[in-house]
Ligand binder design. Structure first.
Ligand code: AMP
Ligand code: FE
Ligand code: FE
Ligand code: ZN
Length: 292
């Protein structure tokens, strides 16, 4: 199957994407994907709706993008995202940790609303909650409130330094990266470092930390990502080869919250097979037989 098209990183409205999980599965089928991984931030809440809507010919990998951090020293932290493919959603260690991360997100977003209000910007926590509709709250939800106020035109503009990019940004209290790796492996999931070299999002961890992560069970690096230029992609491939990791490619599609289209980056069948071989937490989902 050398023509398989595999996108291993997309978001639904269960986190900060704009397409409902079912609509996202229909879109994945329509654009001709063979495999799609639903990787909402810190939640498995979209899995059931997505699984029930997988069209014929599409395989869904129920997955998560987990918010983590690494501390270069006291008082500072570098945020990073771990994709967890096919983990067991019922694993108590993992689900308990994700609960904590989601509660921390909520506290942090409320404090960001306070900060905006103190800056004379009349957004309310109520409207942000309404916009998130039960999803883990993130800056894209706050961005919608700024758009409604006419303060910015797009979500991307809301990430400028004078808004949510720096001035009104607060740190997130996320999982320590080695704890996150242990939890993902413990839940039978396959950990892949999402956009590991995306400098334009902020500081990235040094290669030595990626080597430590590999020793702690990291399985792959997302090399082909819209936030990676040619140099980052090449470096990710070199690092992966040195460390015995596989590489993936994915769109990180977020619906209309980001300009990137679904399936603009893809993963090779060989890396996909590695994920299937390593995963023990849950199984891929194919179209249910609705005829009987
Ligand atoms: P948070 O998790 O609350 O810190 O928000 C980070 C999320 O915002 C990421 O998962 C992306 O979906 C989104 N994001 C980050 N940077 C940008 C940007 N420049 N434009 C649009 N969305 C962004
Ligand atoms: Fe996101
Ligand atoms: Fe991410
Ligand atoms: Zn993502």
């Amino acid at each position: 199957m050398s023509h398989m098209r595999i996108d291993l990183h997309v978001h639904s409205s269960a986190s900060d994407g704009t397409d409902a999980p079912a609509a996202l599965m229909r879109l994945a089928g329509r654009v001709g994907l063979d495999v799609v991984a639903l990787t909402d931030h810190d939640t498995t809440a979209g899995w059931a709706e997505a699984a029930a809507a997988v069209p014929p010919g599409l395989t869904l990998l129920p997955s998560i993008e987990i918010s983590a951090r690494w501390r270069p020293g006291p008082g500072t932290a570098i945020g990073l995202h771990l994709l967890a493919y096919l983990p067991d959603p019922g694993d108590e260690g993992l689900s308990g940790a994700l609960d904590r991360v989601r509660r921390n997100r909520s506290t942090r977003a409320q404090r960001m609303v306070d900060l905006l209000r103190a800056g004379g910007i009349d957004v309310t926590w109520d409207e942000v909650l309404q916009d998130a509709a039960g999803a883990p709250v993130g800056r894209p939800h706050l961005a919608q409130a700024l758009i409604r106020r006419g303060l910015v035109d797009t979500v991307s503009e809301a990430f400028a330094p004078q808004w949510l990019g720096r001035r009104y940004r607060l740190p997130k209290d996320d999982l320590e990266v080695f704890e996150a790796l242990r939890l993902i492996r413990g839940a039978g999931g396959v950990p892949v470092f999402a956009h590991p070299l995306a400098h334009r999002r902020g500081r990235v961890v040094p290669d030595s930390v990626i080597a430590e992560m590999a020793a702690a069970g990291l399985a792959g690096l997302e090399a082909d990502h819209p936030d990676h230029g040619p140099a980052e992609r090449a470096h990710a491939r070199t690092l992966a080869a040195e460390l015995g990791l596989f590489v993936t490619g994915a769109s990180d599609y977020h619906g209309s919250n980001k300009p990137t289209g679904i399936a603009v980056e893809t993963t090779t069948p060989a890396s996909y097979e590695r994920i299937l071989t390593l995963a023990t937490g849950s199984t891929p989902v194919v179209a249910q037989d609705r005829a009987g």
